[in-house]
Design a protein around this ligand. Structure first.
Ligand code: ANZ
Ligand code: ZN
Length: 878
């Protein structure tokens, strides 16, 4: 168990819990403006895991920082409460999902409180409450009104385990369900879709304006939206029974090397041919069972396609590698084996040994350093897929022309013959939102035989989920509840049936950030003026696993709500999240038996604590050293960490600071609880130092407007300057870089600086107290209970408002400089010190860095391959 010093930290956490979860007194809020700081709301599973803990520590620290700075901060929390786990738990345990969810929410709220998270609980929402989903339904009706919610027969992804439909986004590359892991089946069903493709151009374009988003997230969204700038070309066919083929290509300049046309299996021509050619029918049937990327083809007899440029007649194939309804028109591809890898593979498989045409050759300019041999090799290797090069003598009048130029003039020529048109295509498909499950927002539609799908009148919202005592089957129980299903048509009054599909839960979370701003509104999803004032979210913090789905859907819904005037955005782009912070994964320390490769539990290991490097581990059974690594936490690897346990062993503040200090926010965090002792010692040092400084003069009372004197002695100059540098660095780390590991290490330096001055005893008492106050204030965001405790000690001697961020003062003589410490090309931390630091020489510089907390973390025990110090950069290559 924890020793007495740590017990004290735990007790302080307990003592200040109520106060810190409520946060700062309101009067601190000045006219500085507002900040909307939001972390992704959790699914109420009942247990906070360590990843949650990391997000909430980050967002709560930012929340408290901005509050101290005098901003009106919005920092809400709620529950993404619909979804399968509640329903599955309900089936297993025969409890009402609503009750299960409510209990879990209560548990998780307690866990959030025990980590001292200060959320605006008066804004709390749960997406499964009728007061919330009433407006999810309202949004659906608006989409419906605008033709953006529609029903269509579609081949869908069916999860046979959870017995529901999945969106494309919820099926992984191996064809498995993201949730159940089952191999997904294809089925034809009538389903509800949302028209996200209509927003594809804006969703794509506005990514460029999201300057404060990580570039990897933007890249993932770009890939998902999949914009291709290309052309539709018309290939006439030789059989007059059929319509012309429309082919989409990004490479019209390859027309001289086109050798065939391939059609998707659902192309009308294939369907027509299948009626008479039974082998084709069989081919189509068999292809459905093969993976999408097989290059099997079927040659269509008695028909040829005409190349629009060369007028050459070429064969037509059915091929499953042509993705069906890729854009709007039926899918057809012009096959160019000489310049495209997929077409090359297809040609080799279906027309082995046949000649391969090319019409583009690489262009080597004078600066090209390759030998003739190497150049020849490039020319001879097929396919030649580079988009830039020079057209060859096979290209008629275009011979010798660069590809980019040829593309334009070929398009111009075909355009005048009405054989081509420039178009931009998107890969993204409309969003399939139907789920055949109980625990979700009911789709507010009534099906009438006379009137078709009729929207439920707004005044009748919400369409409430009927209460169920327990669920006993998988699948959709709504369809079996007669009182729910059988209703009168709102339009003609005749007998009609209610839609029994519920919505994908990603719709619930696509607009919750609006609701947080006006959570109690009963007549509208949110007030327009309020949204205009606080949107967009200033800082959105969450996991990179939501880089595509949740963020894309939220961007879509925010833009849609903008398009119908539900809110206004001064910039006109209607983006919901201004700055996005994605935190890295928390990984667990994993021990493996080197002989058997087995993952070891902690009770199979012996930890020797008094070894030179802190702790050494051996395997109990054989005395050998295990292999140690950090990996994604999982039960099977016995490497999980439990946040509750950590908080109860070390107290909330040590846990918080430890999480922040261990690694930069977007990096993976290798969870090593043994390192928390350093943090605990630092917190104890703050309390001891506070006590000691206050004892210097028990009658000392410095006034609230105490200013740093001008007649400073050398020691005072040093203390003042060191403090100002660090305070500036801390402020910027919060405000500009969101670099919270740097903040914690600066806190430690600040504490050591003050301790050093205390030990020397050359600084006057007033200044000691004044700087102590600054220290106690600035640590509040990360370690609120220790800050409150120290503040209470100070306030028992003098009047003082601790809830103020210190103003940065001028440094007396600017003798400091910021040095970036770079490890293997990445900036790991900033060290602010004397501007002449480099004059100490290489060895002393390295030695000084090694003594810093970050130095210990990033530089210790590494072999230096290269070391450079220049300007303000200190660079290590290990
Ligand atoms: C001829 C060509 C020649 C092509 C060449 C590429 C290289 P991106 O940019 O990824 O969107 N394509 C068009 N529709 C397709 C479909 N439904 N299924 C599979 N492939 C399809 O790719 C655009 C290219 O993908 C198009 O340009 C087309 O092949 C192919 F040397 O046309 B290309
Ligand atoms: Zn009707």
């Amino acid at each position: 168990g924890p020793g007495p010093a740590v017990k004290k930290l735990i007790a302080i956490g307990e003592k200040w819990k109520q106060k810190t979860i409520r946060g700062l007194p309101k009067q601190n809020v000045s006219a500085k403006g507002s900040k909307y700081i939001l972390c992704q709301f959790p699914y109420p599973s009942g247990m906070l895991h360590i990843g949650h803990l990391r997000v909430y520590v980050i967002s709560d620290s930012l929340n408290r920082f901005y509050k101290l700075r005098g901003y009106n901060v919005i920092h809400p929390m709620g529950w993404d409460a619909f979804g399968l786990p509640a329903e599955n738990a309900a089936i297993e345990r025969c409890v009402n999902p609503a009750v299960w969810t409510r209990d879990n929410i209560a548990k998780m709220k307690q866990q959030m409180e025990s980590m001292l998270a200060n959320f605006d609980w008066d804004r709390e929402i749960a997406t499964c409450n009728p007061e919330y989903y009433k407006f999810t339904q309202w949004i659906f009706l608006k989409l419906f009104e605008n033709g953006l919610a529609y029903r269509k027969e579609a081949e869908i992804n069916w999860d046979p385990v959870d017995r529901t439909v999945l969106a494309n986004e919820q099926v992984d590359a191996q064809g498995r369900s993201w949730r159940s892991g089952a191999i997904v089946e294809k089925k034809q069903l009538k389903q509800w879709f949302l028209g996200i493709t209509r927003f594809a151009p804006k969703l794509r374009k506005h990514l460029n304006q999201l300057k404060d988003w990580p570039s990897n997230v933007k890249q993932m969204q770009k890939n998902w939206i999949g914009e291709s700038v290309g052309a539709e070309l018309i290939f006439k066919v030789t059989n007059p029974e059929f319509e012309d083929l429309v082919v989409f290509t990004t490479r019209p300049e390859t027309l001289f090397a086109v050798q065939y046309v391939a059609l998707a299996l659902d192309h009308p021509i294939i369907q027509k041919y299948s009626e008479t050619v039974s082998e084709l029918k069989e081919f189509v049937r068999k292809s459905a069972e093969l993976p999408n990327d097989t290059k099997e083809g079927f040659y269509l007899p008695n028909i040829k396609a005409v190349n629009p440029l060369t007028k050459e007649e070429i064969p037509i194939f059915a091929a499953s590698y042509v993705v069906s309804s890729y854009g709007t028109a039926p899918s057809a591809v012009m096959g160019c084996p000489g310049h495209d890898s997929r077409d090359f593979e297809f040609w080799q498989q279906n027309c082995p040994g046949e000649h391969i045409k090319t019409c583009i050759a690489p262009f080597f300019d004078d600066a090209c350093k390759l030998s003739e041999k190497e150049k020849e090799k490039i020319v001879e290797t097929l396919p030649f897929t580079s988009t830039s090069g020079i057209l060859t003598k096979e290209s008629g009048e275009y011979a010798g022309v660069f590809t980019e130029v040829a593309r334009k003039s070929i398009m111009g020529k075909l355009h005048t013959e009405r054989l081509s048109k420039n178009i931009v295509r998107y890969k993204i498909r409309d969003w399939l939102i139907s789920r055949q499950r109980y625990w979700g927002t009911p789709i507010p539609i009534i099906h009438c035989e006379n009137c078709g799908p009729v929207p439920v009148p707004e005044s009748e919202l919400p369409v409430k989920l009927p209460e169920l005592e327990g669920l006993d089957t998988k699948g959709n129980p709504l369809s079996t509840i007669e009182e729910f299903v059988n209703v009168d048509c709102p339009s003609c009054g005749g007998p009609a049936k209610r839609e029994t599909d519920t919505m994908d839960t990603f719709i619930d979370s696509s607009w919750y950030y609006f609701r947080f701003l006006d959570p109690k509104n009963t007549s509208k999803p949110f007030d327009r003026e309020i949204a205009n004032e606080y949107m967009p979210v200033d800082i959105y913090i969450g996991g990179v696993e939501h880089a595509i789905l949740h963020l894309l859907y939220s961007r879509f819904i925010a833009k849609f709500l903008g398009s119908i005037g539900t809110w206004d955005d001064a910039t006109g782009i209607f983006e919901p999240f201004k700055k996005l912070v994605t935190q890295g994964m928390v990984q667990g320390k994993t021990y493996v038996d080197p002989d058997t490769g087995r993952f070891l539990k902690s009770d199979e290991l012996k930890f020797i604590n008094d070894s030179p490097d802190g702790n050494t581990v051996i395997i109990k059974s054989n005395g050998k050293a295990p292999m140690v690594s950090y990996e994604k936490m999982s039960k099977s690897k016995h490497n999980g960490a439990d946040p509750n346990e950590c908080i109860s062993k070390h107290g909330p503040d040590a846990t918080r600071a430890h999480i922040l200090f261990q690694s930069p926010i977007s990096d993976a965090l290798n969870w090593d609880e043994s390192k928390i002792v350093g943090i605990e010692r630092w917190l104890q040092k703050i309390l001891l130092l506070t006590k000691n400084i206050l004892k210097l003069d028990e009658n000392l009372a410095i006034s609230e407007c105490f200013k740093t004197p001008t007649d400073l002695n050398d020691a005072e100059v040093k203390l003042h300057n060191d403090f100002q540098c660090l305070l500036k660095s801390i402020t910027e780390s919060f405000e500009v870089h969101i670099s919270l590991n740097t903040v914690v290490s600066d806190y430690m330096k600040l504490t050591n600086t003050l301790e050093g001055a205390f030990k020397k005893g050359e600084v006057r008492n007033e200044m000691m107290v004044q700087n102590l106050q600054k220290l106690v204030s600035v640590i509040y965001p990360a370690v609120p209970s220790i800050s409150e405790e120290a503040a209470e000690m100070i306030s028992s001697q003098m009047k003082w408002n601790q809830y103020q961020w210190p103003e940065i003062e001028r440094i007396t003589e600017s003798q400091f400089k910021k040095f970036q410490v770079v490890v293997n090309g990445r900036v790991k931390f900033i060290y602010t010190t004397d501007k002449d630091f480099f004059k100490l020489g290489r060895d002393a510089v390295i030695e000084t860095l090694l003594k810093l907390p970050e130095g210990k973390m990033y530089l210790m025990n590494k072999k230096i391959k290269k070391f450079v110090m220049k300007y303000n950069v200190i660079s290590f290559l290990f």
